[in-house]
Design a protein around this ligand. Structure first.
Ligand SMILES: Nc1ncnc2c1ncn2[C@@H]1O[C@H](COP(=O)(O)OP(=O)(O)O)[C@@H](O)[C@H]1O
Ligand SMILES: [Mg+2]
Length: 473
C-alpha cells in the first residue's frame, strides 16, 4: 500500500495547497473539536443519524492520519478511490465500527468526494436538472431547478472546508483564491461556470456560484413547448435569425438570453462563416464553419488579460460573416456595433437589461463609459444603424421564462430612438397554483421594417403568415 505512515502531521497540509488549511487540519486533529460531518449526499429529506456523521468524522480523521492525502490527489481517480476504500475498510475493521453495507458504501463514497472531488457539492454537480448552485458560506446551499430557487440541506463542515473546495476548483484553471485575491472566475471540467468571492469581501464566508453547463441545450421547439414563445412568435424568430438581422437579446440574469441566442443560431445558413466571442464558451453552434473564441482573465501575476473588446476587434480581421458575442457588458459594445455597421449582418449579442428600450440605452452608456467621446446623437445613430431587432427575455415571478418582446429598431425622431413592438407577451393574471397566465400577441404590424430584408431572402410570405398567425393570439 502506498503512502502509509505512522503520523499524518506533515502530510495533512498537503490536501489543499495555498488555502489556510491549517485551520481545518487543526480542527481535524483536536479530538474534542472533531467537527461533525454534515449531510453530504442527502438532499431534502435524507436525515442521516448523528451517529453516522460522528462515525464518518472519526473514520475521516483516522484516514488522514494514515495516508498521504496529497499523493492520492495525484492518482488516477479510480485507483485513488480504490485506495481509500481499502484503507477505510481496514479502519472500520480495526476499530470495530458497526455499519451496514449500505452505510459503509455511502460513507466511502462521501469520503472520496471530500478528498478527491468537490465534497458535499458532488451530488449536486451530477444532477442534470439543476441550473445553478449557490453556496453562501458553509451552511447555506441553494439550488435552482426549473426556474425555482430552493434551499438544500447540504452543508460543508465549516468555511475552511468550503474554501478548500473553492480553491480546488479554481486551481484547475491555474488560478488562486485567498484573502489577497478574493474574487475569482473559473470553469469546471464539464464547462460549468464558477465564481468565488471569499472573505473579507464576502462577509458570511466563501460564496460560490456555479452556473451548470447544460449538455443538451434547449431548442426553439422546446421553448415553444414550455410556452416561452408562441408557435407563431417562434416562426417570426426563425425568420429574423435566417434573414441576417442584427439582433440584441436583452434580459436579466438567468432569464434565458444565452439559451435564446443559441436557439437563434440554429437558423443561420450553413455556408456562413461565424465567429463567436464569449467569456466562457457556452454556445453550441451546429454549423460547420464556426470559430470559437474565449476571453482570458489575467494570470496570477496579473498579466495576459484578453478582453471581449480585444476579441471582437480581432474578429474583424478574420473575415467573419457573422459575429456573435455571448455577453456585451463593456467597451466591446462599440466594436460590435462597428462590426454590424460594416457589413457583418446577422451579428448578435446579449446584454443585461429589463426592456428593449433599457437595452438600447445600456448599449449607449457602455459606449459612453468605454471612453469613446462621441456625441450622444452620434452614438444613437450608430445604434439605430446597427441593431435591427431587440428580443427581450424575462424570468417571471413564477419562475417561468418568457420572450416578452420582439421589437424592431426603426430610426430616430429628433434625438430619440424609435422602436416598434412586433410581438408582445401579455400577462393576464395568476391561476390557483400561482402560475402566470398570459399569451403572446402580435401588435398588428403587418409589414415590419425588416420586410425588405425578408424579401431578399425569399421569406416575406412566411413572415406575413407568421405575423398574421401571431395576431390571432
Ligand atoms: N425558455 C426557457 N424555459 C425554461 N428554462 C430555460 C429557458 N431558457 C433558459 N432556460 C434555462 O435557464 C437557465 C439559464 O439560462 P441562460 O440562457 O444561461 O440565461 P442567461 O444567459 O440569461 O443568464 C439554463 O439552465 C437554461 O437551460
Ligand atoms: Mg448568459
Amino acid at each position: 500500500m502506498f503512502g502509509k505512515k505512522a503520523s499524518g502531521n506533515t502530510s495533512r497540509k498537503a490536501v489543499a495547497p495555498a488555502v489556510d488549511t491549517s485551520i481545518e487540519a487543526e480542527k481535524i486533529i483536536e479530538p474534542e473539536e472533531v467537527p461533525k460531518q454534515q449531510p453530504a449526499a442527502p438532499m431534502k429529506d435524507g436525515a442521516e443519524s448523528e451517529a453516522y456523521y460522528e462515525t464518518k468524522a472519526t473514520i475521516f480523521n483516522a484516514l488522514f492520519e494514515t495516508i498521504d492525502v496529497s499523493a492520492l490527489a495525484g492518482m488516477e481517480a479510480v485507483a485513488a478511490r480504490q485506495e481509500i476504500r481499502t484503507i477505510v475498510d481496514e479502519i472500520i475493521a480495526i476499530r470495530n465500527v458497526r455499519l451496514s453495507v449500505v452505510e459503509q458504501n455511502q460513507l466511502i463514497s462521501e469520503i472520496c468526494d471530500d478528498i478527491l472531488g468537490y465534497g458535499p457539492l458532488e451530488p449536486l454537480l451530477v444532477r442534470e436538472d439543476i441550473a445553478d448552485i449557490m453556496v453562501n458560506g458553509a451552511k447555506h446551499v441553494f439550488i435552482e431547478t426549473n426556474g425555482r430557487m430552493e434551499k438544500t440541506n447540504i452543508r460543508f463542515r465549516d468555511n475552511a472546508q468550503l474554501m478548500n473546495i473553492c480553491q480546488r476548483i479554481v486551481s484547475q484553471v491555474g488560478r488562486r483564491v485567498d484573502e489577497s485575491s478574493p474574487i475569482c472566475d473559473a470553469r469546471l471540467l464539464d464547462g460549468s461556470r464558477v465564481n468565488v468571492i471569499a472573505p473579507p469581501l464576502a462577509i458570511d464566508g466563501p460564496t460560490l456560484t456555479i452556473r451548470k453547463f447544460k449538455k443538451d441545450k434547449l431548442r426553439l421547439d422546446n421553448l415553444v413547448g414550455f410556452g416561452s414563445i408562441s408557435p407563431a412568435g417562434a416562426k417570426v424568430l426563425k425568420i429574423i435569425g435566417a434573414c441576417q438581422c442584427n439582433i440584441l437579446i436583452s434580459g436579466g440574469t438567468g432569464s434565458g438570453k444565452t439559451t435564446l441566442l443559441n436557439c437563434l443560431t440554429a437558423f443561420i445558413h450553413p455556408d456562413e462563416r461565424i465567429i463567436t466571442c464569449e467569456d466562457a464558451a457556452e454556445l453550441q453552434l451546429q454549423q460547420p464553419h464556426v470559430v470559437r473564441l474565449e476571453t482570458r482573465p489575467p494570470n496570477l501575476e496579473g498579466k495576459g488579460k484578453i478582453t471581449m473588446s480585444d476579441l471582437v476587434k480581432n474578429c474583424l480581421r478574420m473575415r467573419p460573416e457573422r459575429i456573435i458575442v455571448g455577453e456585451v457588458r463593456g467597451p466591446e459594445a462599440f466594436d460590435l456595433l462597428q462590426a454590424m455597421n460594416t457589413g457583418h449582418d446577422g451579428s448578435m449579442g446579449t446584454l443585461h437589461a429589463n426592456s428593449p428600450r433599457e437595452g438600447l440605452s445600456r448599449l449607449e452608456s457602455m459606449i459612453t463609459m468605454g471612453g469613446f467621446s462621441l456625441p450622444t446623437r452620434t452614438i444613437r445613430e450608430m445604434i439605430v444603424g446597427s441593431i435591427d431587432i431587440v428580443i427581450q427575455a424575462t424570468r417571471l415571478r413564477d419562475g417561468s421564462r418568457k420572450i416578452t418582446h420582439i421589437t424592431e429598431v426603426l430610426g430616430m425622431e429628433g434625438d430619440v430612438i424609435v422602436t416598434q413592438d412586433l410581438v408582445l407577451y401579455e400577462m393576464g393574471g395568476e391561476d390557483a397554483q400561482g402560475k402566470i397566465i398570459g399569451e403572446h400577441k402580435s401588435t398588428g404590424i403587418a409589414r415590419p421594417a425588416f420586410w425588405e430584408r425578408a424579401r431578399y431572402f425569399n421569406l416575406e410570405k412566411d413572415l406575413a403568415l407568421a405575423l398574421d398567425e401571431a395576431g390571432e393570439g
